[in-house]
Design a protein around this ligand. Sequence first.
Ligand code: ADP
Ligand code: ASP
Ligand code: MG
Length: 467
Amino acid sequence: MKFGGTSVEGATAFQNAARIVSERRELRPVVVVSAMAGFTDALLASVKEALHGDASSAASTLEKHFDRHLRVIEALLSSEAQRMRNLIEQSRSEINERLHAMAVETDQDDNQRKRFADAVASFGERLSAAMLSAVLVENKVSSTDVDARLCIVTDDEYGCAAPLIGETFRRTREQLQPLLESRSVPVLGGFIGATLGGETTTLGRGGSDYSAAIIGAALAAEEIQIWTDVPGVLTADPRVAPKARTVPKLSFEEAAELAYFGAKVLHPKTLQPAIERNIPVRICNSRAPESGSTLVVAETEKSPQTVKAIAHKTGVTTVQVTSARMLGAYGFLRALFEVFDQHRTAVDVVTTSEVSVSLSLDDISALPSIVAELEKLGSVNVEEKRAILCIVGEGLRSTPGIAARIFSTISDINVSLISQGASRINLTFAVEEARAREAVTRLHREFFEDSDEEASKYLTAEIETAV
Ligand code: ADP
Ligand code: ASP
Ligand code: MG
């Protein structure tokens, strides 16, 4: 059971999370928790400020967050309160010390800076795990705070480390199985890990979902539950489409596409471990557990309106490489993708014609060098400030009329990089970033708000809940 930042944003949220766990303790849960909402942002901002040389100001920005932790302690703890106050105090001085040490170090390289950022950011999850475990104990649920760094072993790619799966599974079982056998609920911070040498790492922003999935897979859990602030995966981002509704069931593949193309409710890597071990993933609402949830499973099922959800991702850059040398040649695509490989840059969507290749990128940190290399292959055109829209639903490719409906709904918005070829479940394309919200709103209205009764029934269907 993973609880995100808003599910531990204050005393009421902590109490709610503890109640949800307590009600399910017979299922022998393992709990993974994020930092209190906003704390990771604040910790990373303080790191930036310290690196600019102002450690005192950096440290002072964190004070209100330590106060938030202390208010939770005052509201919910009695026998555990002093131990937790001490932990907050100890963390505060350790963070301050690190910020001051870093501010006077002038010749750190990029890697050292990232390592430092991970060490400071890790306090968010470490503190909330200790606190949630204490709240459980205070509620008469036997619980143990486990340092996630003893379980999740990663490489040394600070800021977005990759778990070493074999070792992680072994250590996770070693740490957690005895606790589960003795009926103590383990609580671990998500997002964090450690290298084989014991240096603290993080799995990338939003990575607590991924931690939960890894731990669930290591223990062959019955289900991986992601408890968040919305009732499951919705038909679109509710901040853009306020009438978005819960999608009751998704296949692994559908959910993975949505997560990858912007549905922030799931970290894109969450489904990997679940798929490998065939463990269902359920997304639930910690604020209102009865308000609906999404079950993600291996099997696929077609919904009456075919389209199940729309995801979108802004801040995308598209690159087009045009070259007559591509005509009838072999080895051209290999040479092209090698450029991205060398610069460790992931490519999202790819489309090709006889003489050109278009693709989209999220991470443009290496773009100038990539473009310089690509220019050796052909003429290069870069477009920034684009957005990707991804429309997902089993049977999209084989259902006539869906593409026509999509593109006629947004016929006055310029669309590029249309891609449907490889999968039967999604249709992806790029639009100008400034028009992405409008495109999502209109498509949502077309497919979900004016939809027929059958579709409506599907979206509100009660599915068997084990939560
Ligand atoms: P947590 O802190 O629990 O990890 P996140 O903020 O990372 O929560 O993810 C939940 C948020 O994801 C929702 O509040 C919502 O704004 C956003 N979101 C974007 N797309 C979707 C979608 N298709 N379904 C549900 N939520 C979505
Ligand atoms: N606290 C981390 C973040 O804000 C990880 C997470 O919440 O999943 O990115
Ligand atoms: Mg999240």
